[in-house]
Ligand binder design. Structure first.
Ligand code: CA
Ligand code: CA
Ligand code: CA
Ligand code: CA
Length: 291
């Protein structure tokens, strides 16, 4: 929770201890609404002065994104800013007001097959960097990641890509091609915000380039309902949806309506492959404490 610690300092201390005041100021967590504009500006300045090897993404093969500064020798190239689309993502601030954040994204290659949802597990290779060029993470070979446990800007970005196709080689290894490749640039409010993480200072906008090999739908609580389908309010995200109000989101709650019967035992009691709604009120039994 954010606290405006400055307001807790008695006024006489502010007037008599100026050095101390500077120290205390460091403990004030910024508001999303004030940070987001600085971050948008920083990212847009970066995008206007950088490009990437977009001409190389026409075929199916495994190509790395190479972001580079626009200079006299490549000034005819399109900038990242010209190439980027914007997806707006709302982040609730400490007062519960939504603050609109821009996720800037460039689809270098869309990919051939399916888009993962924001709650799926994905098999991806990626680079993560700061606007000063510092690379804080690099996965040259793909790893499995749970998008539900990833940064909001990251999962909103990766869910815009499509997976590729794979072939199994005679030695048992699998080759991927025609997979989606994207660049995602996010304000700190969609990343770590006031927290630091392995070489990432607080309030850092982040840049990721991502290759999406494949994905798998995930049922986090193993209750028989895929996590993405535990999105009750229909906003496309199963996060914060909590039918029984026990602060355990439905995607992590094995008894979604809190009636003492596990969801997995309530979905389809007569095994007719139809989700049960005993009282025909349009609310399935597993979400309906009154059935
Ligand atoms: Ca719950
Ligand atoms: Ca559940
Ligand atoms: Ca139940
Ligand atoms: Ca019902």
């Amino acid at each position: 929770m954010k606290k405006k610690l400055l307001f807790l300092i008695p006024l006489f201390l502010i007037f008599t201890q100026c050095d101390k005041d500077d120290e205390e100021a460091e403990y004030v967590i910024r508001e999303y609404s004030e940070q987001v504009n600085d971050d948008h500006q920083l990212l847009e300045d970066y995008m206007k002065t950088h490009t990437f090897n977009y001409e190389e993404f026409n075929d199916q093969s495994n190509i790395n994104v190479k972001i580079k500064p626009l200079t006299d020798s490549n000034s005819s190239n399109k900038s990242l800013f010209e190439l980027a689309s914007i997806k707006t993502v709302d982040v609730p601030d400490s007062n519960g007001n939504n603050v609109s954040h821009n996720l800037y994204y460039i689809i270098a290659r869309e990919g051939l097959k399916d888009k993962p949802t924001v709650a799926d597990s994905v098999y991806i290779a990626y680079d993560g960097l700061l606007t000063d060029g510092f690379v804080f993470d690099n996965r040259k070979f793909p790893v499995w990641l749970d998008l539900a446990n990833s940064l909001e800007g990251f999962r909103e970005g990766v869910s815009e890509l499509r997976t590729g196709k794979f072939t199994e080689n005679s030695n048992g290894t699998i080759s991927y091609d025609s997979f989606g490749v994207g660049i995602f640039l996010m304000p700190s409010g969609l990343a770590y915000f006031e927290n630091t993480s392995s070489g990432i200072p607080e309030y850092s906008p982040l840049i990721f380039s991502v290759k999406l090999m494949t994905h798998t739908p995930t049922d986090h609580d193993n209750d028989g309902i895929l996590s993405i389908l535990e999105d009750i309010d229909g906003d496309g995200k199963p996060f914060r949806d909590d039918t029984d109000g026990d602060n355990l989101w439905n995607m992590y709650d094995v008894d979604d309506d809190g009636d003492g019967i596990l969801t997995v035992n309530e979905i389809d009691k007569n095994n007719d492959n139809v989700i049960d709604d005993s009282n025909n009120d349009g609310i399935p039994d597993y979400l309906d404490a009154n059935n």
